[in-house]
Design a protein around this ligand. Structure first.
Ligand SMILES: Nc1ncnc2c1ncn2[C@@H]1O[C@H](COP(=O)(O)OP(=O)(O)O)[C@@H](O)[C@H]1O
Ligand SMILES: [Mg+2]
Length: 313
């Protein structure tokens, strides 16, 4: 079991030599394997998701993009063991940390969720209790999931609020949801989601409701957590620009099908499917422009370097 101080390190924390993964764990083994997963609405007798697959290694991220209703959230919920009533995984398999999830009991799910796999969604306020200080709610997660005593749980909560780059953690700790902006609330939710040191974080439209600047800040925060703690990310958005900024691999979904999948730069520069081309054309927005510009700059730099070497020779 990893400890919070090794998983979520604040800038002011002492360097810690403990490894974030146990000695028996292969650090490059996938933390999440989704293989040809099919999801059906049993009440309607209809298959809704027709085969989704990807593998996620520690410190990497995969993006799922596609129009509303394409099956992105159902795919996430299947991996979290929280499909809506009547919905079932009717094909394929999901492994979390090498463990097939199909036979898990609800007690096993309870111990897995939060501690190994965690999630943040759109509308953070609806996941927090409006009449309890936000800090107290994270403290509660730590007490339940990690069995911490009150004082230690509070200390670690402050550390977490600091890790998600909230400027005054002590102040925020004692605030109510109505006192915080949407961006601050999403940071609080991320702090709660990573409190028990999960290896996988699913962010499903987590920045959708935020304005572009705050959205970019939250994406930077996720990238930072991934780099510092080896957190593996599943980033879901209807906006290609969002996944382009952060993901190594991208899946494009439409009507329950993966129409295209591959390394992000490849999909963006050489989209094979008409629908992907449409998404790219639609999203000539901040994030995607930035991504494409950065790619172009990198390519130019590489070309210059090659020229320099050739001139030297
Ligand atoms: N709780 C639910 N009850 C009935 N239908 C649902 C439910 N959740 C999702 N669906 C249906 O499943 C399909 C995929 O939904 P979802 O995975 O939420 O799409 P996305 O996240 O890509 O917008 C949609 O057609 C939606 O109507
Ligand atoms: Mg959704």
């Amino acid at each position: 079991m990893t400890t919070l101080s090794t998983n979520v390190r604040t800038d002011t924390a002492k360097p810690d030599t403990a490894q974030p993964t146990g000695p028996s764990r292969d650090p490059s083994a996938p933390v999440l394997s989704v293989r040809d997963v099919r999801i059906s609405d049993q009440a309607a007798g209809q298959e809704i998701v027709h085969g989704v697959g990807f593998t996620l290694k520690p410190g990497t991220s995969v993006g799922i993009v596609g129009e509303s209703g394409s099956g992105k959230t159902l795919t996430c919920r299947a991996a979290l063991g929280i499909l809506p009533a009547h919905f079932e995984v009717t094909g394929g398999s999901i492994e979390i940390d090498g463990q097939d999830i199909s036979g898990l009991s609800s007690a096993q799910w309870t111990s897995l969720r939060g501690s190994t796999i965690s999630a943040v969604f759109q509308d953070p306020a609806s996941y927090l209790n409006p009449s309890i200080h936000v800090g107290k709610q994270i403290t509660e997660v730590l007490r339940v999931k990690k069995g911490l005593k009150r004082r230690e749980a509070r200390r670690q909560t402050i550390e977490l609020l600091h890790a998600v780059q909230l400027r005054d953690p002590e102040l925020v700790y004692g605030q109510y949801t109505f006192e915080l902006s949407g961006g601050m609330l999403q940071r609080v939710l991320i702090a709660a989601a990573i409190a028990a040191g999960p290896r996988i974080l699913i962010a499903d439209e987590a920045t959708t409701a935020l304005d572009v600047t705050v959205q970019a800040e939250i994406l930077d925060l996720l990238a930072d957590l991934r780099e510092r703690t080896g957190l593996a990310l599943v980033l879901v958005s209807h906006d290609l620009a969002v996944v382009a900024q952060l993901c190594d691999e991208v899946l494009v979904m439409r009507q329950g099908e993966v129409v295209e999948q591959g390394p992000t730069h490849q999909v963006l520069h050489h989209p094979l499917h008409e629908y992907t081309r449409l998404l790219i054309a639609e999203h000539e927005q901040y994030g995607l422009d930035k991504f494409l510009a950065a790619e172009a700059a990198e390519a130019a730099e590489a070309a210059e370097a090659v020229e320099a070497v050739e001139e030297d020779a």
